[in-house]
Design a protein around this ligand. Structure first.
Ligand SMILES: NC(=O)C1=CN([C@@H]2O[C@H](COP(=O)(O)OP(=O)(O)OC[C@H]3O[C@@H](n4cnc5c(N)ncnc54)[C@H](OP(=O)(O)O)[C@@H]3O)[C@@H](O)[C@H]2O)C=CC1
Ligand SMILES: CC(C)(CO)C(=O)C(=O)O
Length: 337
């Protein structure tokens, strides 16, 4: 089995490192030649989750180095004509672990060139919106969605820390059956088994959209507020006025999900508070992006909700305010006046 991981950031390095423990052949695809060379020459270093985590690597020790047989840049995968529908040996599974901000039409076309007829693309992104770009060129039946609560952090371009254990759900993004007129979950199950073999707690979900939205709501409440206020996740519910904003964001999003017929966990508000508690000392990914002047995923998270709300004819004033605040922050370093 050939597994290709596109995006050697936090989640990409984490999944690639664990997948190397299985019988699958793993290829990792970077954006830059500099990172590819570093990984080829020095290997990928994984610092395992904290000792109290239940998901420890099945072999090796914390800080172990994984050697990759194949590390390529995204450009090389295209230039070398790797994979491709006409060629045998195209990947069984392509894991897409780039950020939402990197998902462009160009990237989508590049992925299509690597997909075989039976390949599956597994998207790990938080937020929504990437599907609109990918589905323009990739058949929906070949796209799987993965929602994960694993935590990973880049320590260096060749070193990833597994910062927290979690759960991963995988499901098909296709609303309609495949060419044969049936819903074929066999490849989804195969992927669930591979992730489980690698050591991740993984489940097949028959309602992955519900899982996507549960995570979307958690991110849409915690990320923009922590990014604007520049506080750790644990501080958020401690500030009485921030708690009022959290509730407004929650109720607006729940109203939208209800209107769209999307099932949410009945204890979702409790889950939001629990995430703040469990990740109390963490900076949300959006705050990290803001501090490093990198584009945030606000357009795919809050923006994704707002686009759905507009189509459904629902007003979401608190989310709209968060969206414009984050965009204003980004525009300051993009020199847009
Ligand atoms: N980190 C986590 O714990 C979790 C993350 N997620 C989600 O997973 C996604 C990825 O997050 P994360 O891993 O943290 O992000 P990172 O920024 O750490 O990693 C993204 C990687 O994608 C690379 N990349 C960008 N464009 C390309 C390209 N064209 N070809 C190959 N590689 C490319 C980037 O390279 P470069 O740096 O060179 O630009 C970077 O290494 C996000 O949507 C996030 O919300 C979900 C759950 C947990
Ligand atoms: C759950 C949360 C908010 C944890 O920080 C996260 O996923 C993120 O930072 O993107």
């Amino acid at each position: 089995m050939l597994i290709r991981v596109i995006g050697a950031g936090a989640l990409g390095m984490l999944t690639a490192a664990y997948l190397c423990r299985t019988a699958a052949k793993v290829e990792i695809i970077t954006r830059t030649e500099q990172q590819a060379r570093l990984l080829r020459e020095q290997g990928l270093q994984l610092t395992a989750a904290a000792e109290n985590a239940s998901m420890e690597p099945r072999s090796g020790t914390a800080g172990e180095t994984v050697e990759f047989p194949e590390v390529l840049t995204f450009e090389q995968t295209l230039a070398d004509g790797l994979g491709g529908r006409a060629r045998p040996g195209s990947p069984d599974f392509i894991l897409l672990t780039v950020k939402q901000t990197a998902i462009t039409d160009k990237l989508a076309h590049g992925i299509v060139a690597q997909l075989g007829a039976d390949s599956r693309l597994i998207c790990f992104q938080n937020g929504v919106g990437h599907l609109d770009v990918l589905r323009k060129v990739i058949p929906a039946r070949q796209i799987l969605l993965a929602v994960t609560t694993e935590g990973a952090m880049v320590k260096s371009p060749r070193h990833v820390a597994h910062t927290g254990r979690g759960m991963t759900w995988v499901g098909s993004a296709a609303a309609e059956p495949d060419f044969a007129g049936r819903s074929d979950h066999s490849l989804t199950k195969k992927f669930v088994n591979v992730l489980s073999d690698a050591g991740f707690s993984t489940s097949l979900s028959n309602n992955i959209i519900s899982k996507v939205w549960n995570k979307l709501l958690i991110n849409a409440i915690i990320n923009p507020l922590t990014a604007v206020l520049q506080i750790h996740n644990g501080q958020l519910p401690q500030l009485p006025d921030a708690l009022i904003l959290m509730r407004s964001l929650y109720y607006e999003a729940v109203t939208l999900a209800d209107k769209l017929g999307i099932e949410l966990a009945p204890d979702l508000w409790q889950q939001v508070l629990l995430v703040c508690e469990r990740t109390a000392g963490n900076r949300s990914s959006m705050l990290q992006d803001v501090l490093l002047h990198r584009p945030t995923e606000v357009d795919a998270i809050t923006g994704g909700l707002l686009r759905e709300a507009e189509q459904a004819g629902i007003a979401m004033p608190t989310h709209a305010a968060m969206y414009h605040l984050l965009r204003s922050i980004e525009q300051q370093w993009m020199n847009i006046t």
